[in-house]
Design a protein around this ligand. Structure first.
Ligand SMILES: [Zn+2]
Length: 73
């Protein structure tokens, strides 16, 4: 899908960090998960050198593909 690390040139392996929120209900006897929001993309890092790639600079197709991949689409 054409990602390239601007620092080391890695084109193969990236680390996508996502943030997911859960709503936990604690009223009953057991804790219950009542709601789960889709994960939001938090950071996209090069897996080799940890340089952060600016998610906003990806084109629309790349962003959509990445979000689908991590379950945030
Ligand atoms: Zn890199």
């Amino acid at each position: 899908m054409g990602l390239t690390c601007p620092n080391c040139g890695n084109e193969k392996s990236f680390l996508a960090k996502t943030l997911q929120m859960h709503v936990v209900q604690a009223g009953g006897e057991e804790l219950e998960l009542s709601e789960q929001t889709p994960p939001a993309m938090l950071e996209l890092l090069c897996d080799d050198c940890d340089t952060e790639l600016d998610f906003a600079t990806l084109d629309a197709d790349q962003r959509r593909e990445m979000l689908l991949l991590v379950g945030a689409g």
